[in-house]
Design a binder for this molecule. Structure first.
Ligand code: 6GU
Length: 250
């Protein structure tokens, strides 16, 4: 997979060199290209923003630097045979970024990120590129960040760990919170490891019982408890029939 990020803060994307994404990159499973938007400004002050038409507070990112930057990135990627691109525009006004969308994006060969600062990018930029490729305007949650760069890191990590061969163990994502399947829409329950006693605290007996059916049911109950506590909205969405089936299999 190829990733391009166009930003006025290339340093903000340094974390893409470390941990899971950094390793995928080092192994050649991921090509990451970070570009400084100001490389496509031609005035003395490298201006990327201007006042909004219609008035109001804040500044809007200008069309021309974004258009020239995206045209260059697209030409590079097509020349490199990167496949069909999709444009990701992080914005608090976007659709919610979910595990389902992470899976969809992980199936694409080439993602181009356009994180904005200020009040956002002139609308005509999104409208223009939407005629050429799928555009996903995504929000990572119900709060406001100063810019989309942190969201790029979030989306990139969620997508990269789904790529074949990036996580050590393909089973690792099966029980993830938000994974699909019988535990769909349930949060993961608590986990424990050695030592068996720490500051007077032991391990739940069932986990030491070796009884796989009982352990699975305990984990399911803990997942339900945690979901009820932290995300009652998710409980509404889970499928009681899936639980009944799992219980019969035990
Ligand atoms: Cl993607 N961008 C900004 N600036 N704020 C956000 C966001 C994105 N998602 C939630 N808040």
């Amino acid at each position: 997979m190829r990733l391009d990020v166009v930003t006025i803060f290339p340093e903000y994307l340094e974390p893409l060199n470390v941990s899971l994404v950094g390793k995928a990159r080092a192994r050649g499973q991921l090509g990451v290209h970070v570009h400084d938007l100001r490389a496509w400004t031609y005035d003395r002050h490298n201006t990327v923003d201007d006042t909004p038409y219609g008035g109001g507070p804040g500044m809007v990112m200008k069309t021309e630097p974004w258009g020239d930057a995206l045209d260059t990135v697209l030409a590079d990627g097509y020349e490199a045979g990167s496949g069909e691109p999709a444009l990701i525009v992080p914005t608090p006004s976007g659709r919610p970024f979910t595990q389902e969308l992470a899976v969809q994006l992980s199936e694409r060969p080439w993602l181009i990120f356009a994180p904005a600062r200020y009040e956002g990018i002139d609308r005509r930029v999104v409208d223009e590129y939407a005629t050429r490729m799928p555009v996903y305007e995504v929000s990572i949650g119900d709060y406001v960040l100063a810019g989309g760069e942190a969201a790029v890191l979030v989306v990139t990590e969620a997508v990269a760990r789904l790529l074949p061969g990036v996580l050590g163990n393909a089973e690792s994502h099966r029980d993830d919170s938000f994974a699909l399947g019988a535990m769909a829409n349930l949060l993961e329950g608590p986990v424990h490891t050695k030592p068996p006693r720490w500051r007077g605290r032991g391990i739940p007996d069932v986990l030491l019982s070796g009884h796989h059916g009982k352990i699975a049911r305990w984990r399911r109950d803990e997942a339900l408890r945690r979901t009820t506590e932290n995300r009652p909205d998710l409980i509404e969405r889970c499928d009681p029939a899936a639980f009944d089936k799992k219980d019969r299999e035990m």
